[in-house]
Design a protein around this ligand. Structure first.
Ligand code: FAD
Ligand code: NAD
Length: 473
């Protein structure tokens, strides 16, 4: 078959690939999009959206425990039919996927279903077609990672070990589950299942939750989640099939502990889809982490006519970054290659309370160069009214200038406070600038103000009380 010519080939019709297509289509329509597997994007199909529907159901049901205090009775009569809840999750999922499918239909016959593979840096094979392209965008996403011991159990009984890609496809939820991994996904889905009545046991390996790096916030978060469900950390877990259950054992000091569950959810991370693409054969350089080396401001891979975008980079695996990277890659395929300023990092785990990391993580700050503002939400006014008064926020500011550097928190309304802080950091605000902004009463953000005040006092105690700016002419 003759080689087809295209200006751009995009590998992967996920958020990054589709954003790249939108950015480039104004200059050329000769773009070929190749996608393997399901359409609809990871976010809408198995990721952000269905997981948030699932969490919404769980939190709404959980609320029944807090109603009696307010004189609202009958909550104990409520019950959940998880098969109906999962149908609801899937129907909302279909709704979100339908919008993606509309944008794919627009692409028409330039959309090819199949697995792409590089023959040369500018030549792609898909099925029996060969396409030569001016530029290629690699936006192949990531896939769930399953540790070897769990793979062995899964080989015997596929339904006994699920990935997050499979959870929402289940007919109903199991009686009991062990969730392995305390990253954003393990925490969100583990807490949600516990709240939906599944006996859930959460396991972590390194002592952190939701990607936090601040030790004090981590310990506060662990204690908070342990009040709601069993959460253990162990370097190694042993798995064993017994009848229709899985036994999990681990060492705690001198003791061996053991539980049995019906199902295991592997929330042990995702790995970039870089294998079997022919990248090694065409000489693409790889980092020690096993992903192609690229420039994060242009998204170009070395001097190759190849750009990379989204989870396949393994660096900022969140939706808005995948979309940005797609747009940068798409732009750079049809314009002179330009460096882009990347946004302030922001990562949210939609557990209750939310876990949020903004700007530079504490682990990466230079010791002695910053101060930390600290606050607890345990007696914060609005959070107490809402019966969500649990939380700890740390904000980091430059020791001399007071420029905001980052924040880590487990907090009620953390998703919103995280946005306020990321906008402040993005605009290079100091703690004093942030304190001059309005704070309504009574809102959870007043807790954020208390934290900023604590930071301001540590940076410059002489400015205490002077939060309102002098009028300048
Ligand atoms: C359960 C879950 C919850 C999440 N929640 C959030 C959240 O709340 N907020 C947030 O910001 N992020 C969240 N994320 C992360 C977010 O979904 C991802 O960052 C984002 O979807 C990545 O988009 P992408 O375009 O890189 O990859 P994808 O959408 O996965 O697209 C990659 C596409 O490439 C295709 N492909 C792979 N290899 C090939 C090949 N060789 N040839 C052709 N096609 C190929 C794949 O089949 C796929 O269609 C969540 C993820 C998960 C799993
Ligand atoms: N709110 C969200 O849901 C959300 C938000 C942003 C990004 N994401 C992205 O989704 C992706 C997947 O999230 P995740 O939480 O699955 O991944 P993750 O990499 O953040 O966490 C994986 C966890 O599994 C543990 N782990 C790994 N191997 C293990 C083993 N063999 N035994 C025990 N524990 C093991 C790790 O220590 C870690 O705690 C990430 O890239 C994440 O950034 C999700």
């Amino acid at each position: 078959m003759a080689t087809r010519q295209a200006d751009i080939v995009i590998i992967g019709a996920g958020t990054a690939g589709l954003a790249a297509y939108s950015a480039a289509k104004h200059k050329t329509r000769n773009i070929v999009l190749i996608n393997e597997g399901h359409y609809g994007t990871t976010c809408a199909r198995v990721g952000c959206m269905p997981s948030k529907v699932f969490i919404q159901v769980a939190n709404d049901y959980h609320r029944r425990h807090q109603l009696v205090k307010q004189g609202i009775h009958g909550g104990d009569q409520l019950f959940i039919r998880t098969e109906e809840s999962l149908r609801h999750v899937r129907s909302m999922r279909d709704y979100f996927v339908s919008f993606v499918m509309e944008s794919i239909e627009d692409i028409g016959e330039n959309n090819i279903h199949g697995k792409a593979r590089f023959l040369e840096p500018d030549t792609i094979q898909v099925g029996d077609q060969t396409i030569q392209a001016g530029k290629v965008i690699l936006a192949s996403g990531s896939a769930p990672f399953i540790p070897e011991p769990l793979k062995a159990i899964r080989e015997k009984n596929r339904n006994s070990v699920l990935t997050t890609d499979e959870l929402f496809e289940q007919e109903s939820l199991p009686e009991s589950v062990a969730v392995i991994g305390t990253g954003p996904l393990g925490l969100e889905l583990g807490q949600a299942m516990q709240r939906m009545g599944v006996a859930t046991h959460l396991f972590g390996r390194s002592r952190t939750v939701g990607g936090l790096t601040d030790t004090e916030v981590i310990e506060y978060a662990i204690r908070t989640f342990q009040e709601e469900l069993p959460l253990n950390y162990a370097q190694e877990l042993c798995y064993e099939s017994c009848d229709d259950e899985i036994a999990i054992s681990w060492q705690e000091g001198q003791d061996t502990r053991r539980i049995q569950v019906k199902t295991v959810l592997a929330a042990t991370g995702r790995r970039p889809n870089v294998r079997n693409l022919g990248l090694e054969e065409i000489g693409v350089p790889f980092t020690d982490e096993g992903v192609p080396e690229f420039n994060p401001e242009t998204m170009q891979i070395a001097d190759f006519p190849i750009f990379i975008a989204g989870d396949v980079t393994g660096v900022r695996p969140v939706l808005h970054e995948a979309s940005d990277e797609g747009r940068i890659a798409g732009w750079n395929c049809v314009n002179e290659i330009t460096a882009f300023q990347r946004r302030t990092p922001l990562a949210i785990t939609f557990s209750e309370p939310n876990i949020v990391r903004v700007g530079r993580p504490r682990r990466k700050l230079t010791e002695g160069a910053y101060h930390t503002g600290e606050v607890l939400f345990d007696s914060q006014g609005r959070a107490t009214i809402q019966q969500y008064n649990k939380g700890m926020l740390h904000i980091f500011g430059d020791k001399h200038s007071g420029v905001l550097l980052g924040a880590e928190m487990i907090a009620p309304a953390g998703e919103h406070m995280g946005h306020l802080l990321s906008w402040a950091i993005e605009n290079r605000m100091t703690v004093f600038d942030a304190l001059a902004a309005p704070f309504y009463h009574p809102v959870v953000e007043e807790g954020l103000r208390t934290c900023l005040r604590d930071l301001a006092e540590k940076i410059d105690p002489s400015r205490q009380g002077l939060e309102i700016r002098f009028k300048s002419n």
